[in-house]
Design a protein around this ligand. Structure first.
Ligand code: UT7
Length: 331
């Protein structure tokens, strides 16, 4: 029997309707469209405005989009993983609620948290379940309501982040398609540079923490940028090298959308032309766990069976890594 590999067989997505443009941000903080565009590549981002709704609202809709497109029975799904840095609630898994709402009644489910690398690491986790031979359909969702932890008076963060969700289905493949190799890293030194100080076990919520705005994301952008540029490019180059992939062999770079300059540096290190680089940062900003599946959804019609995709991400923690995957279908 041939070896079982874990292939992506379907994609779905959801972004909220509300569009927050750079022009709107100019009225909220001291910034301007020219600065944001030239420093980040972002023009607008989506914000979930529905009263009382959290990350699961978007995760459920991304999953339903996939289920409808692929025309599968949700009862066949074995496992639902939700990568998120902004769960609906602490303690209760967002994935459990999401799985129930989409009718995945035979699945078990749990959340994964690795900040902007959450979805990439989730791909690794999902693939192991499929490769084991025990599970046939693993649904991986990346979803974040970043607007719930952003201070819209802080120009260092509010211009960057947006809300959204994307979903992919992993299934067994016996033709050698799917996940080929991965190189995943982390370094705890990074938590000083990108974090939310309060609401966790070190500093639980109190009147003091609310007053001090410690429930918002803090980012030392310059330091994160330096680590991100060298590490994201480094792992992508490493995965090419150890799989003997030249720049001609790579059909697509699927990079985390944090900053256009980080993406360009990664592509340049890999020797890739810009037309092989997936990009949608201009319309969604940084949606944390949702950037990679939102890219796949946008580019799905251009992907061909056998295409070599190199994924790369860098995020809080620090966490980062690269995955090499062969696309499994023509749409
Ligand atoms: O996804 C998780 C990982 N995160 C990342 O990968 C993000 C990495 N970091 C970045 O993308 C960039 O560092 C930022 C986009 C956050 C900031 O860009 P930068 O080129 O590093 O800017 P900077 O922080 O060095 O600031 C440059 C100047 C400063 O002014 P002075 O001191 O040179 O006069 C800032 O005060 O730009 C100023 N500035 C702004 N000006 C207008 C900072 N933020 C803004 C703003 N609008 N929003």
């Amino acid at each position: 029997m041939s070896k079982i590999t874990a292939a992506i067989t379907a994609v779905g997505a959801y972004v909220p309707d509300f569009v927050l443009t750079n022009k709107m941000l100019e009225t909220m903080v001291e910034t301007n469209d020219e600065w944001i565009t030239s420093r980040t590549g972002i023009k607008e981002r989506r914000i979930l405005k529905e009263e009382g709704q959290g990350t699961s609202y978007m995760a459920i809709r991304a999953a339903r989009d996939l289920i409808a497109k692929k025309n599968i029975d949700p009862k066949e799904i074995d496992l639902v993983l939700v990568a998120t840095a902004t769960p609906d609630l602490l303690v209760a898994a967002t994935a459990a609620y999401t799985a129930s709402e989409i009718g995945a009644v035979n699945a078990f489910s749990y959340d994964l948290q690795a900040a902007c690398s959450g979805f990439l690491f989730g791909m690794s986790t999902a693939a192991r379940y499929i490769e084991s031979g025990r599970y046939k359909k693993v649904l991986l969702i990346g979803a974040d309501k970043m607007s719930s932890i952003i201070d819209y008076a802080d120009r260092a963060t509010c211009i960057i982040f947006g809300d959204g969700a994307g979903a992919i289905l992993f299934e067994p493949n016996e033709e050698g398609m799917g996940l080929q190799d991965e190189f995943l890293r982390s370094d705890g030194i990074g938590r000083e540079f990108l974090k939310m100080d309060a609401g966790g076990s070190i500093l639980p919520a109190s009147q003091e923490t609310v007053k001090n705005k410690q429930h918002y994301v803090y980012q030392d952008g310059k330091s994160v940028f330096k680590f991100a540029v060298s590490n994201m490019a480094g792992v992508a180059a490493k995965i090419m090298e150890r799989n003997n992939l030249s720049h001609d062999d790579v059909n697509w770079l699927v990079p985390h959308q944090a900053n256009k300059r980080i993406i360009d540096a990664t592509a340049s290190r890999m020797g890739l032309d810009p037309d092989k680089v997936m990009i949608n940062i201009q319309k969604y900003g940084n949606t944390t766990s949702a950037t990679l599946p939102l890219l796949l959804d946008d580019y799905e019609s251009q992907l061909k069976k056998g295409d070599n995709l190199v994924f790369a991400a860098f995020g809080g923690g620090f966490t980062w890594g690269s995955i090499y995957l062969k696309w499994a279908y023509n749409s």
